[in-house]
Design a protein around this ligand. Structure first.
Ligand code: NIG
Ligand code: FE
Length: 400
């Protein structure tokens, strides 16, 4: 049995009330961990004697928060698109680049052309940087394979990245990212439903569809989600990102775990998402990198939608790895409060992945914690761009 005790925590975010935005803060706190699981959290001067044995870390007044849950990434990819980024800085549009066969298609070519070992190595480097900066669970999508072999290869690589780095991984099949070059939308959806989904389902937890102009229609997505449900995969989707298509309403209709992006979401979308209990995953790194207006996170929160924050790490719209930076952006650019943003980056992410054991500090939860080199989580937006992770604990093990 391995045990670890964190002592003299200045400010501990527990999220224990399980109510969006209520961090359940404890001051002068301690946390006891056994075999990777939290067994006790409370005031430092009330630690049960039986828990005082074993290894301990003197936190010395620092703040501790649950490990960040990054619930939307495209972490596995070959190559990069720095040239495209420069072209966009010069005025080129994302949609035009995609329509002319670049964008996602150039990453598909680079991913197909890379060896599995190279993809594991490059993706693990990214995952390792995420873990060191406090992300203890990451959702990873396929979507740069666009055929049976390469989509499954991406999902297997995502699994290997988790084993190699120790970061927690949840996997999403995004075969319907864009139709492969040379195929109509209809032909491609047939291939997703008939060939890809049956083979990919055993390697994935969720099924995603990019619903947008230049990608897939609401009707295509509805068909794919029906087939996904038959294979045991829960829906999550890229919704209302570049244009408004009705994807958020579809998310509510099919009972999706999440609707992501939502840059063009309306108050009616918010009502539908809130009523259906669909988590809104907002991605401020994408709006920031694309220099487009941010999703209406404030409106969504105020309408009662449960919010999660994620990086959207991908080589096109958001080559962002740091959840600390995303939290700062959500506060400074979207108008969330520090308590709301930290909740959304931890428990909100866990909710969107339907993981009740993550993003919370209470007995029985996975012992994923970040010790900040700061007295309060409020330093995250106050000091944007600094890495404030002093130590990161994943399943009870200190990883940094
Ligand atoms: O989340 N919108 C679709 N997918 C990604 C971008 C993928 C890419 O450009 O490579 C996104 O923004
Ligand atoms: Fe995405």
């Amino acid at each position: 049995m391995t045990s670890l005790l964190l002592r003299n925590i200045g400010s501990l975010v527990t999220n224990a009330p399980d109510c969006p935005g209520d961090l359940g803060l404890l001051e002068n706190a301690a946390v006891s961990i056994r075999d990777g699981v939290i067994v006790w959290a409370g005031p430092d001067d009330e630690i049960p004697v039986a828990l005082l044995r074993g290894a301990s870390i003197e936190v010395d007044g620092r703040a501790v928060v649950p490990g960040f849950v990054d619930s939307h990434t495209h972490l596995v990819f070959g190559g990069d698109r720095a040239d495209e980024f420069s072209a966009r800085l010069g005025g080129a549009s994302y949609e035009e680049i995609l329509a002319s066969g670049g964008g996602i298609h150039s990453t598909v070519a680079a991913t197909r052309g890379a060896s599995t070992d190279d993809l594991v190595a490059q993706s693990s480097e990214r995952a390792h940087r995420m873990l060191r900066s406090g992300t203890t669970t990451v959702e990873i999508k396929s979507g740069y394979g666009l055929n049976v072999t390469d989509e499954i290869r991406m999902l297997e690589i995502a699994g290997r990245v988790g084993k190699q780095t120790g970061i927690g991984v949840m996997r999403t099949f995004l075969g319907a990212h864009v139709p492969d070059r040379g195929m109509s939308e209809e032909e491609y959806v047939d291939a997703v439903v008939e060939e890809m989904l049956p083979s990919a389902a055993p390697h994935a937890d969720f099924c995603d569809v990019f619903v947008d102009r230049g990608a897939f229609s609401v009707e295509s997505a509805r068909r794919i989600f029906r087939a996904a449900a038959d294979h045991g995969l829960t829906a999550r989707l890229h919704a209302e990102q570049l244009t408004h298509t009705g994807a958020a309403a579809l998310a509510a209709e099919v009972g999706a775990a999440s609707a992501d992006h939502l840059d063009n979401a309306t108050p009616n979308d918010a009502i539908a998402l809130a009523a259906a209990g669909v988590v809104a995953v907002v991605l401020p790194g994408a709006g920031f990198s694309m220099r487009t207006p941010q999703a209406p996170a404030r409106m969504l929160w105020d309408a009662g939608v449960v919010l999660a924050l994620a990086t959207d790490c991908n080589p096109g719209t958001s080559y962002v790895e740091s959840m600390q930076f995303v939290i700062a952006l959500a506060i400074l650019e979207m108008g969330l409060t520090p308590d709301e943003a930290v909740w959304a980056a931890t428990r909100g992410g866990a909710r969107s992945l339907r993981r009740d054991d993550l993003g919370v500090v209470r007995p029985g939860a996975v012992a994923d914690l970040v010790i900040l080199d700061a007295p309060s989580h409020r330093h995250l937006p106050y000091r944007p761009g600094s890495d404030l992770a002093w130590k990161v604990i994943k399943s009870g093990e200190v990883v940094q």
